[in-house]
Design a protein around this ligand. Structure first.
Ligand SMILES: *[C@@H]1O[C@H](CO)[C@@H](O)[C@H](O)[C@H]1NC(C)=O
Ligand SMILES: *[C@@H]1O[C@H](CO)[C@@H](O)[C@H](O)[C@H]1NC(C)=O
Ligand SMILES: *[C@@H]1O[C@H](CO)[C@@H](O)[C@H](O)[C@H]1NC(C)=O
Ligand SMILES: *[C@@H]1O[C@H](CO)[C@@H](O)[C@H](O)[C@H]1NC(C)=O
Ligand SMILES: *[C@@H]1O[C@H](CO)[C@@H](O)[C@H](O)[C@H]1NC(C)=O
Ligand SMILES: *[C@@H]1O[C@H](CO)[C@@H](O)[C@H](O)[C@H]1NC(C)=O
Length: 873
């Protein structure tokens, strides 16, 4: 946590406003942590719906209701058959896991040999799509649902649809597993823009608040639920030129690159123990509980291991027990009604716990030993060992590390839960974006697997194991068609070894197109790369060929003898045509390398990713479930609205209502009707709320709202009336002032024989309007007065009518005011001097000639408030 403050500061400098929101996810087998990077949003861990900083990586169903994280775990003992935790190690899986941690164990699909989970009573939404009572979920589909859930949280926090995802995985994740992540992200409506290793992410987080003027070596010891990894990283801060996309392709001579301090985090070596971690310890502890129960109650001997609910209850108890035993030497466990209504109670000592985990305990130190051996280092050369992962809190695990590296090297200086997601979020945001930062970091990753290729009889290594690699070029003889198989080779081969097959087409035609004597030699070269996600791709395939210099013609040979212009031909090489060169001389160029792009196709082999159709179907199912959930949310809101509304009304109608408006403005008849409606609605809710549909709930509220509406209207009329009358009167006063002044001006103009600005009809129109409005107001106000203080009677004088009359008068007068001053008839002199059209033109649009009425006061108009009132118009 210590580093967080400075990180917040850094990101403020770092994130320009154009940065699209990025979701970083540290997806663990048991816990998922997420972070949102968006300008204006504090750089921190994303909270789930219960404001928790980490969410269990679990999807579970309570009949038709889908639950995530802790909510799912909470109902797992009741619905173990539809509870799906720990799917991470099963992604792209083809072997049944050798443990008992799955309440609904996966099996191999007869269709494609891939792991799937059974969902015995399919939720209605999925049922409607599949048409089967039972459905299945692939691990990818389970992950997709979790990612979609996190995406929902992120989008709500970002207030935009978050689309980009950056993830962490163990370094040993295979091509098939990485492709599975990509598929799951796509099904979740996310684009997986990058993957880094978990240890790399922790290392980046460690480096975010530090400087490494001299090279340091730290080991990240990461023990999670189902794997334990030791990774040696080197850290070094160097001055390096800033890699700017703007400078790409520009000559280095003209642009002196700016230098910046960059911390390079390099993966040196790592080793992992899979199926070793917190969940395995839980499994061992549960076994202790099972045996203890069997010892206490021999009768249930057969049942307990086949009762998934009982197993799930013991699982929860075992996890709690492990936590207590991390700090205590002994702990008690108890499960009510474990099976056949039998309550179970026992005590377990830490000694017992460590005894049953003796095999595991020694395995916890293996990755450290192996990583050191792979790096060719001794523990003395490590600057520290950094703990990460919840399982490093278990004393047995810490002891296993201490025996190898000693006490003094152990450092608990990153957040055991959050370091990876924070490192990933920071690094993900800095990748491929316009990103200004004082803090530059570069992560150099490595894979434990060697990737090789085979094409006919040719074979070789593309990317060696434990080497930093991004791109590689392969060269083949141009044959009819080239097929290249990429697969894992070397000493550490995941099963199956196949990765992908590349087929290059049209080589024959491309070669045939080149005249034989023109070509000296040709090659097909294939550029392969590992993308941001560590997924192997063919970037391009090109036919490269070298043209032969053409044989000189007889004429040229002669010229060559006497012309002596060979130098000039060489000049021509640089692109300058020598004037005296002939066509044939130009052909005498040096051999030139040329390239033709080739068409190619690439498809996955071994464990195949989801097909387009599978992804479509998966999306369809999830969309159907979302739709059901959305309508459930809408229904919930409708229930809340109705309920809230009824309580508010009930309260306002009550004797001790703090606000009596509703009572004051309603007639006794209305009061009675409304109270009755509210009471009836409460009774109705008590009985039918569970089954009521959203539309019915909304209708219910609307019906009562319609009864309340006339009362609200009266209240609004009452509260707005003084203002409305005031405005109306101001308009009348201002209108009259204008009329008087205009009439005076007119009389004066007529007496001087001058042109008048307005016609008599126009002024009469204003007069009529004033008189009518005044008469109308007089009548209405009298009528309203007759109503008197009876607030529950509908008003006669409506605020809206006052407003519209006042506005009509205002706009009428302002319209007249825009009228230009008539021009006196043009004098004959002026007409002859210049063009004929000038005199007839009116300059009416320019109001400057006619000062606004409110800026000039006549002597006869001493009332400044009237002028102000005019302004108010
Ligand atoms: C599965 O676990 C059992 C018991 O720990 C062990 O005997 C067996 O060899 C394991 N099988 C595999 C395939 O790992
Ligand atoms: C890099 O860091 C060193 C030590 O802090 C400093 O002296 C140097 O100026 C920095 N270089 C750049 C380009 O910021
Ligand atoms: C053959 O050459 C022609 C002319 O250069 C070109 O248009 C055509 O695309 C080439 N065909 C192949 C198969 O490369
Ligand atoms: C073709 O491949 C060979 C062997 O890799 C290489 O020596 C040669 O330079 C290549 N030729 C071309 C035109 O790329
Ligand atoms: C009346 O005449 C005076 C002086 O020309 C002028 O400033 C004023 O705007 C006129 N008033 C109206 C209402 O036209
Ligand atoms: C009226 O006309 C006379 C002469 O044409 C002119 O001097 C005077 O300014 C005019 N007065 C007004 C108020 O327009």
């Amino acid at each position: 946590m210590r580093g967080l403050v400075s990180v917040v500061l850094m990101l403020a400098v770092v994130a320009p406003s154009t940065l699209a929101a990025l979701l970083a996810v540290d997806y663990g087998a048991e816990w998922t942590k997420a972070s949102l990077v968006k300008p204006g949003v504090p750089f921190d861990v994303l909270l789930d719906r219960d404001s928790k900083r980490k969410m269990m990586s679990t999807v579970g169903w309570k009949k038709d209701e889908r639950l995530f994280g802790g909510d799912a775990a909470a109902v797992a003992a009741r619905f173990p058959e539809a509870h799906y935790p720990y799917v991470k190690p099963l992604l792209a899986g083809t072997t049944i896991p050798n443990n008992t941690i799955y309440p609904s164990p996966p099996y191999l699909s007869p269709d494609n040999g891939r792991l799937v989970f059974r969902h015995p009573k399919a939720p209605t939404a999925a049922h409607n799509i599949d048409g089967a009572a039972e459905t299945t979920w692939t691990p990818e589909e389970i992950l997709a649902q979790q990612l979609a859930y996190v995406k929902g949280l992120a989008s709500a926090a970002a207030n935009e649809d978050v689309k980009d995802l950056f993830m962490t995985v163990p370094s040993y994740f295979t091509q098939a597993q990485r492709r599975a992540l990509k598929d799951a992200a796509e099904v979740a409506g996310l684009s997986l823009t990058g993957i880094i290793s978990e240890a790399g992410a922790v290392g980046l987080n460690y480096a975010m608040t530090r400087n490494f003027p001299t090279k340091e070596y730290h080991m990240i010891y990461d023990s999670g639920a189902l794997k334990t990894t030791a990774t040696i990283l080197s850290f070094e801060t160097k001055e390096l030129p800033i890699e700017s996309p703007l400078l790409k392709g520009k000559s280095k001579k003209t642009f002196k690159p700016k230098m910046t301090n960059t911390t390079i985090v390099e993966v040196i070596a790592f080793d992992s123990e899979q199926e070793l971690g917190g969940a395995i310890l839980d499994e061992r502890l549960r076994e202790v509980l099972i045996e203890e129960f069997l010892a206490q109650d021999g009768n249930s001997a057969e049942d307990i291991r086949h009762d998934s609910r009982a197993l799930r209850k013991l699982w929860r108890e075992a996890s709690k027990l492990k936590q207590v035993l991390s700090a205590n030497n002994e702990a008690s466990a108890s499960v009510e009604s474990l099976i056949n209504d039998i309550d179970f109670r026992t005590r377990v000592s830490r000694t017992k716990f460590e005894e049953v985990c003796a095999n595991e305990a020694s395995r916890f130190s293996k990755p450290i030993i192996n990583a050191l051996r792979l790096a060719g280092m001794t523990q003395d050369q490590l600057d520290s060992v950094i703990f990460f992962g919840g399982n490093t809190r278990v004393p047995m695990v810490q002891a296993a590390v201490r025996t190898i590296v000693g006490d003094d090297k152990i450092a608990q200086n990153v957040n055991t839960d959050e370091a990876a997601v924070m490192g990933a979020a920071f690094y993900g945001a800095s990748q491929g974006r316009a990103f200004q930062s004082k803090l530059k970091m570069k992560l150099l990753e490595k894979s434990p697997y060697e990737i090789g290729y085979e094409s006919g009889k040719e074979y070789g290594v593309v990317f060696p194991a434990y080497e930093v690699a991004e791109r590689q070029s392969l060269s083949f003889k141009p044959t009819d068609d080239i097929t290249v198989d990429f697969k894992y080779t070397g000493s550490n081969i995941p099963s199956p070894a196949e990765i992908s097959r590349l087929e290059i087409h049209g080589i024959h035609q491309a070669v045939a197109n080149l005249t034989k004597d023109e070509v000296e030699e040709s090659n097909v070269s294939v550029n392969v790369k590992l993308d941001n996600r560590g997924i192997l791709h063919t970037a391009n395939a090109v036919l490269t060929y070298v043209t032969k210099p053409e044989a000189p013609s007889v004429a040229n040979k002669l010229k060559g003898l006497f012309g002596g212009n060979k130098d000039k031909v060489q000049e021509g090489e640089d692109g300058e045509k020598a004037d005296d060169k002939t066509e044939e001389e130009l052909a005498l160029e040096q051999p030139k390398e040329k390239k033709i792009g080739l068409r190619f196709t690439e498809h996955a082999t071994g464990i195949k990713p989801m097909s387009a159709e599978e992804r479509r179907n998966a999306k369809k199912r999830l969309a159907a479930i979302n739709a059901v959930e959305m309508s459930a949310i809408e229904r919930g809101e409708a229930v809340n609205h109705l309920e809230g509304y009824l309580y508010r009304l009930k309260n306002m109608l009550g004797a001790d209502a703090p606000n009596k408006a509703l009572q004051d403005f309603s007639s006794s008849h209305e009061k009675v009707a409304l109270s009755k409606a509210v009471e009836e609605a409460f009774e109705w809710m008590a009985e039918y709320i569970e089954a009521a549909e959203t539309a019915v709930l909304r209708k219910k509220r609307e019906t009562i709202e319609a009864m309340e509406k006339p009362i609200i209207r009266r209240f609004q009329e009452f509260s707005g009336r003084n203002r409305a009358i005031d405005d109306f009167q101001k308009a009348i006063v201002a209108g009259r002032a204008w009329f008087d002044e205009a009439s005076r001006n007119m009389t004066e103009a007529i007496s001087l024989g001058n042109l008048t600005r307005w016609t008599q009809e126009e002024l009469d129109g204003v007069k009529t309007m004033l008189q009518e409005s005044e008469a109308w107001a007089k009548e209405k106000m009298a009528a309203q007065k007759a109503v008197g203080e009876a607030m529950h009677v509908d008003p006669v004088l409506l605020n809206a009518d006052l407003d519209s009359r006042g506005k009509a008068l205002q706009s009428h007068v302002l319209g007249l005011q825009k009228k230009p001053m008539p021009k006196p008839p043009k004098s004959k002199k002026a007409a002859t001097a210049t063009s004929t059209s000038v005199g007839s033109e009116q300059t009416g649009k320019e109001n400057d000639d006619y000062p606004e009425a409110d800026t000039v006061r006549t002597a006869e108009d001493p009332e400044p408030t009237q002028v102000y009132a005019h302004e108010e118009l």
